[in-house]
Design a protein around this ligand. Structure first.
Ligand code: NAG
Ligand code: NAG
Length: 392
């Protein structure tokens, strides 16, 4: 009965899907479902009122990651607003030519230190404009500059949901995420519209940091809170109950703004050949999660690597001068940096601005994934294939 009702509801989506999706990321047909065996069901879909996100009919799925956009610097000067004009141009250029199936905005949307209480969320409206025009599904993580005197992660999330209809960003359940770290959630991606179980889970974590809003302005811990560890476990168990074991039927990809602490030890071992891409930011001086006292993110790091199976990569921004991917040997997991996308935020001449693209060639959860950096003008570099052999 439940399944019949859902089928009906999804038929209701058809017209919306056709008009809302201008890429082929959600297929409108077929809606015919094969009879479902066992315990597989749709009860765990966190987006019952939104279109199901799917691989394209040709079997591919492409993500484009904008990171560290840093909107709103020095609104009282000319150069601050001009940076944002440049960043919007980059976003429109990239979205127009890459035509991704999903966009991730991986933290530091705003340089919150410079924003005013009365209008800080207007910057979210500015960032959402190119995404809304492209009609591409997306979601955001939030960074240390998004928690400041006049802005917080939850304010940005709420505003995004108000102004961007294609947003899949969610706040996690109450009690998960710790102080000022609400942005812990996952998004299911299906191989095709009629599937009841997703083939890929995109996980998003809130690495917090920055300062609590006025009048307190106290530093916020800059690591994923230990409460997220239990939540990862319980969500993974719920997924297993609903859809069966991940085994060879479900993969994952993870995004968080600040790199996990363990990545600091990886940097000295990378080589230009194995780990191509800019390597100009030294981790350890406030630029990794939990840099002051190693180990605070251990519960999260352990849970992530214990309960999330078939994890293709963990993807972070925060360090504007880094672009590489590398294997973290103790957990045997791949980590990748984003590409600094915003003209705001620190940088150096020659670093350039762009995005990270991630391309699934097939829905097969065990297949390799291709990823590379794309610069604004179209140049690409640091292309690597993420598989069991990568980075060993
Ligand atoms: C916000 O208000 C400040 C002060 O009035 C102004 O300088 C700035 O341009 C405004 N920002 C936006 C995004 O409207
Ligand atoms: C926060 O906003 C208020 C009101 O617009 C402004 O007076 C104050 O300077 C802002 N705080 C910071 C740290 O920019």
């Amino acid at each position: 009965m439940r399944i019949l009702m859902r089928r009906f509801t999804r038929l209701g989506y058809a017209a919306f899907l056709v008009s809302a999706f201008h890429t082929a990321s959600v297929s409108a047909a077929p809606f015919v479902q094969t009879p479902v065996q066992g315990s597989v069901n749709d009860d765990l879909n966190p987006y019952p009122d939104k279109p199901r996100l799917t691989f394209k009919p040709d079997g591919t799925f492409k993500l484009t990651v904008f990171s560290d956009l840093h909107f709103g610097e020095n609104p009282w000067d000319d150069w601050g607003p001009q940076q944002d004009v440049n960043s919007l141009k980059l976003m429109r250029t990239v979205l127009g030519s890459e035509r991704p199936d999903y966009v991730v905005i991986n933290g530091d949307l705003i340089t919150g230190e410079n924003t005013f209480r009365e209008n800080s969320t207007l910057l979210i409206d500015e960032i959402m404009a190119p995404i809304n025009e492209a009609k591409v599904p997306f979601s955001s993580t939030h960074g240390n500059h998004d928690n400041q005197a006049n802005i917080t992660h939850i304010e940005e999330i709420e505003r995004e949901l108000e102004v961007a209809p294609m947003s899949y960003t969610r706040a996690g359940p109450n009690g998960v995420g710790g102080t000022l770290g609400p942005g812990n959630y996952w998004v299911p991606i299906y191989a095709k519209e009629s599937d009841l179980a997703p083939i890929l889970i995109l996980w998003f974590f809130d690495s917090r940091g920055g300062f609590s809003p006025n009048p307190n302005s106290i530093p916020v811990p800059d690591w994923v809170d230990a409460s997220v560890a239990d939540w990862i476990k319980s969500e993974s168990e719920a997924m297993e109950t609903a859809w069966g074991p991940a085994g060879s039927s479900r993969a994952a990809l993870t995004f968080m703004h600040i790199p996990p602490h363990a990545i600091q030890a990886v940097q000295p071992t990378i080589t230009a050949q194995k780990n191509p891409g800019l390597n100009a930011d030294f981790l350890g001086s406030g630029s990794v999660q939990d840099s002051a006292s190693a180990g605070n993110d251990k519960p999260f790091w352990d849970a992530l690597n214990t309960h999330i199976e078939n994890l293709h990569a963990i993807v972070s921004g925060h360090d504007h001068g880094n672009e590489w991917c590398a294997r973290e040997p103790t957990k045997n997991v791949i980590f990748c940096f984003d590409k600094h996308s915003g003209y705001g935020g620190y940088g150096q001449a020659g670093w350039g601005f762009g995005v990270r693209n991630i391309l699934f060639h097939t829905p097969n959860p065990k297949a390799s994934v291709e990823t590379w950096i794309r610069l604004e003008a179209g140049e690409t570099r640091a292309r690597v294939i993420l598989d069991d052999n990568y980075g060993r």
